[in-house]
Design a binder for this molecule. Sequence first.
Ligand code: AHG
Ligand code: MN
Ligand code: MN
Ligand code: MN
Length: 314
Amino acid sequence: MTAVSEPGTTKLQIDLRRHLRELDEDRDLTRLICEVADASKYIVNSIRTGDLGVAGTSNLYGEDQLALDVLSDRILRKRLIHSGVVATILSEETNEVIEVDPNGKFSVAFDPLDGSSLVDVNLAVGTIVSICRGGNLLQPGREQVAAMYILYGPRTTLVYSTGRGVHEFQMNHLMEYTLTTENVRIKPSGRIYSPGGQRNLYTEGTEKYVSSLEEKGYKLRYSGGFVPDINQVMMKGTGIFLYPHLRDNPHGKLRLLFELNPMAFLIEQAGGKASTGKQRILDIEPQGIDDRAPVFIGCREDVETAEELIARYG
Ligand code: AHG
Ligand code: MN
Ligand code: MN
Ligand code: MN
């Protein structure tokens, strides 16, 4: 794809809406993506100044909800409904699908605050959003029309794709998102690995895989936040994140619809790969809104090595 920045304009003068317009994106999809971007301005504010306590409720996954989970969910849901183009919504923090408008154009699955338990120790957290056409949320990830995440770190950055490359924006002092990197590309193999889950519960194939990375001198980088851990692979263009099947849990921990599908879409758009170890994440036919799956995601060759060892050793 040719860069949208015309000669003479610096990238930092291109904001999110202009970038989408110059990609000649569907106007309703542009509106939806910009509504999510607007919601993130309230979320980043609530992270910096909000209540770090618990909400006293738990979600569908048996996790105690934090006040920030519930607040971020409410902020995002309100903006999505306000967009006027959404048919259905699924949030990590609401226990059923929200029917918004039968004539709505898109279904949206989102993790309003991924890694929320890290906020009280001041580590980076994020918002993850998956967008499909139509009202059916149980579509395979390959049907997504867009995916994005916002990373609330030392800088607040937004990374999105509508299927034409991956592009990064940074929130400036006016809280506008301006273009920093266009057409992000991931190298074929990496130098870092991000191993989630308990190592002593890894199956033989995963254990052999991680040992092989260490023997090759890969450096361990794991924050416990899916968004910063994936963003490191994305923006450094190198490495692999894994949250594998464990001996006591064949499905792993991460949720398919609002964590794995959007990140797999983005990583594939940047030239990487995303697998359960046995199949492409984006080809999984969802069975339920709470589906989970194991994940190996990042540099293509590193994912393929994992698939080979898991095929051989389980
Ligand atoms: P969430 O905060 O949205 O529930 O997600 C937490 C996830 C994800 O951010 C991360 O990759 C994973 O939990 C870390 O799990 P461990 O704490 O088991 O490493
Ligand atoms: Mn959670
Ligand atoms: Mn999450
Ligand atoms: Mn979450």
